[in-house]
Design a protein. Structure first.
Length: 197
C-alpha cells in the first residue's frame, strides 16, 4: 500500500509541488522600486534617544570567560563580606552534627560530630579530611545513645558521612552534596577559621 492509497490528496499535492511557478520578470523591479520609495530612517541625535536605543556588542570567548570570572569573583567577595560582617554566621548549622567552637590552633578548627544511633555497635566518621578511610575516625558512644568524634578541620567545605555497622549514612540534619559518582550521598560541613558552620 502506498501513501497515495492511504491519502487521496497526496498525489494532487505532489503534482502541485512539482508544477513550475511562473514569475513575472518585472516583479523584482517592482519590489526594489517599492523598497527605494520608503523614506530613510531618521538619525537619532538626542542623548535620551541614544540611551534608550538597543545596543549590541560582541565578545570573544576569552573576553566572555574573563567577564564571567570577574562577576563570580565579585559575588564571592560580596558573599564573604556579607557572611563575615559580624564575625558569625548561623547558615547551615545542624542539630545532630553539632559543630562547637573549641580552642583552635592557628590553622585548624576543632569540630565535634554527633550521630544518633543507640542500637549501633560501631560508628565511623568518613570524609575528604581522612581520605574516606572507613576505619580511621571511630566515634565514641555516649551514655544517651549518641556517637561523638571531635577532630581538627581546616577552613573550607568538607564532604563527610557516617559508617554505621558497615552501612553508609548521611547526617540527616546537614545539607547534602550532589551525587559523588560512587553511589553514596554525602553531607556537607562548612568550616571557617576559628569556628565551624
Amino acid at each position: 500500500m502506498t501513501d497515495s492509497d492511504l491519502h487521496p490528496y497526496v498525489e494532487w499535492i505532489a503534482r502541485e509541488a512539482r508544477r513550475p511557478v511562473v514569475v513575472d520578470g518585472a516583479a523584482r523591479d517592482r519590489v526594489m522600486a517599492a523598497v527605494r520609495a520608503e523614506p530613510l530612517p531618521r538619525k537619532q541625535t538626542s542623548v535620551w534617544a541614544r540611551l534608550v536605543r538597543p545596543h549590541s556588542f560582541n565578545l570573544s570567548p576569552v573576553s566572555g570567560a574573563l567577564l564571567a570570572a570577574g562577576l563570580v569573583g565579585i559575588g564571592v567577595v560580596g558573599g564573604t563580606i556579607a557572611n563575615n560582617r559580624d564575625g558569625q554566621s548561623t547558615v547551615g548549622q545542624s542539630r545532630v552534627a553539632v559543630a562547637q567552637r573549641l580552642p583552635v590552633s592557628p590553622t585548624d578548627t576543632v569540630v565535634k560530630f554527633v550521630y544518633m544511633a543507640p542500637k549501633a555497635d560501631k560508628v565511623f566518621l568518613v570524609g575528604d579530611f581522612n581520605g574516606w578511610d572507613t576505619t580511621k575516625t571511630p566515634l565514641s558512644r555516649a551514655s544517651d545513645g549518641s556517637w561523638i568524634a571531635t577532630i581538627p578541620l581546616s577552613a573550607g567545605r568538607h564532604l563527610y558521612g557516617f559508617v554505621v555497622d558497615g552501612s553508609w549514612n548521611t547526617d540527616p540534619h546537614a545539607p547534602l552534596a550532589p551525587d559523588d559518582g560512587f553511589g553514596h550521598a554525602n553531607s556537607v560541613k562548612l568550616v571557617r577559621r576559628g569556628m565551624s558552620l
